[in-house]
Design a protein around this ligand. Structure first.
Ligand SMILES: C[S@@+](CC[C@H](N)C(=O)[O-])C[C@H]1O[C@@H](n2cnc3c(N)ncnc32)[C@H](O)[C@@H]1O
Length: 453
């Protein structure tokens, strides 16, 4: 991870607390010159990168590549900072570094911490309060316009489109904890809001594509043709270990970005960042729309402009389980996840009660978590309040994978299999219309099958 830190206009007292914290926590701090090194000195020892004032384009770009290489090697090992005078996003060396790193080392995450810019600092020193629009220019055409306090952002967008602006982002309550940054421009705006409009020049429009791919429950032959094509086309494939192993034989030519369980947000951010300029697949077990990565990635992507995203559906665990059990879902059913990360325990209990009372067949995803926190036993207790002990229950673990286990049992006996049920298991509970789920289905690949009756 690389952080661009703004050190403010030059006075040590104008460093922000966020800048100081990041400087202290970085494993390495780089600066473009002596003045920045002095501001950083109380908090970290900085390495000065050489940026001489030369005009020769070719020589300059070689220098940028060398410096980006030095920073990237360290950023691959942990968080590093590049600290600049003023703000890193305004007329700053950091923009060059960011561009080069994005191009040459696209797997490195980049963020910035704003600093007091010379543009705001001057108003304090010149005693000029700006009360209307103003222009900051380095002589180049003004291709960015920022409209403050946008009461009608949609209307403002329409007007600006007539002036040739073609890229819009709406931002409200920035850094306030409940900030909202989106390219879906709303009708009505907040008091603390702004509309940022840009004129994108031909050639710098994004050329990437992001696929959110459901890879099916396990076996590689469960992939759809569309999923297979997307993976084959992808320069980068992002996923967690188990799922990447599942499809290893068809991803040999892509660069793989792995992350452990629980790194979902990081993964989603990385996918969106890379997906602007590269063809990228982020994978999800089963179907990406069913307790999968699609929700998170689309939420993160909402803040990005012009990103081309396609969600490719996959075979969800429930379809695989119903097939293996020979239990087609011909009547209405309800699907519940026991993961309380998004919904909370009380909501899960409430929904389980409602589903069981309404005589829906019930599919339970995530019956257990890695740390066995999910209350599977509690869920069964709730359902038993409404259904008799002979209600058919199917347990399907590692469907279509090595170790596949399919158990047909009853509500009265399901807890006998509690030790078998884990985070790769789906449990189907019948309703009053369900026939007993028996052994009519032949296990496709000779995996172990267990029958409870
Ligand atoms: C985070 S959810 C992901 C669901 C996935 N997106 C899908 O559509 O199947 C994880 C849960 O899916 C179920 N699951 C996924 N793959 C499975 C498999 N091969 N066999 C049994 N259950 C599976 C389990 O209930 C597991 O706890």
């Amino acid at each position: 991870m690389l952080i661009g830190i703004g050190l403010g206009p030059g006075n040590p007292d104008l460093l922000t607390l966020a800048a100081v914290k990041a400087l202290k926590e970085s494993r390495k701090v780089y600066v473009p010159g002596k003045m920045a090194a002095e501001l950083v000195a109380p908090y970290a020892k900085a390495d000065v990168l050489d940026f001489p004032m030369i005009q020769d384009e070719a020589e300059l770009s070689k220098l940028w590549e060398t410096n980006a290489g030095i920073v990237a090697r360290e950023a691959e090992k942990g968080t590093v900072s590049f600290a600049v005078i003023g703000d890193p996003n305004f007329f700053s060396t950091f923009s060059h570094l960011r561009r080069t790193i994005k191009e040459k080392y696209p797997h490195i995450g980049i963020t910035t911490i704003p600093g007091v810019s010379a543009i705001t600092a001057q108003a304090s020193r010149t005693n000029i309060s700006i009360e209307g629009s103003f222009i900051v220019s380095d002589g180049s055409p003004a291709d960015t316009k920022i409209i403050l306090k946008t009461k009608n952002p949609q209307k403002a967008k329409e007007e600006l489109t007539k002036e040739g602006f073609n890229d819009f982002i709406y931002a409200e309550r920035l850094f306030m904890g409940n900030e909202n940054v989106t390219c879906n421009i709303p009708e009505k705006g907040d008091y603390f809001s702004m509309l940022v409009a840009r004129r994108y020049k031909p050639g710098i429009l994004p050329k990437g594509k992001l696929y959110i791919v459901g890879i099916g429950p396990g076996a590689v032959e469960q992939l759809t043709g569309k999923a297979k094509n997307a993976l084959a086309e992808s320069e980068y494939i992002i996923g967690n270990g188990t799922y990447l192993d599942q499809i290893a034989e068809i991803t040999k030519n892509s660069k793989i970005i792995r992350s452990g369980m629980g790194g979902e947000i990081e993964r989603a951010r990385k996918a969106v960042e890379l997906g602007r300029d590269h063809v990228v697949s982020i994978i999800s077990g089963g179907d990406a729309n069913v307790y999968g990565m699609a929700g998170l990635v689309l939420e993160v992507a909402e803040k990005e402009r012009e990103i081309d995203i396609e969600v490719i559906p996959g075979v969800t665990a429930l379809s695989a389980a119903a097939s293996l059990l020979g239990a087609p879902l011909v009547n209405d059913f309800s699907v519940i996840s026991l993961s309380d990360l998004l919904t909370g325990i009380e909501t899960i209990k409430h929904r389980l009660n409602k589903a069981a009372e309404a005589d829906f067949a019930i599919a339970i995803y995530n019956p257990k978590s890695r740390n066995r926190r999910h209350n599977f036993e509690g869920a069964i207790e709730i359902i038993r309040k409404y259904r008799n002990d002979n209600t058919p229950v199917g347990i399907v673990k590692d469907a279509t994978r090595e170790g596949e286990t399919v158990i047909a049992t009853t509500l009265g006996r399901v807890m006998e299999y509690n030790d078998i049920i884990d985070m790769s298991t789906i449990v189907l509970i019948g309703n009053s219309e369900s026939r007993l789920w028996d052994n009519r289905i032949i296990t496709p690949r000779g995996y172990q099958r267990k029958y409870a009756y």
